[in-house]
Design a protein. Sequence first.
Length: 83
Amino acid sequence: MNDIEFITTFLGWCSVINISLLVLSTISLMLMREPILRLHSKLFKLSQASLPPIYFQYLAAYKLAILIFNLVPYIALKVMSSW
């Protein structure tokens, strides 16, 4: 198997898995907000009011990491292999 093809396939599957986890995390936070807030406030000794901005930062940082480390290299390799 060609190295570029292997890396492209690898990054493609990494993107699928990471985007799935991002969607699952977002849906979980939307649908089970109160239980998650209670759990995390007890686990980390934080007030429930301080947690939503932390969740937002987590989701934003995870989305950027997916874009930078998975999707952009995947797209670049796809463009390179088509030339």
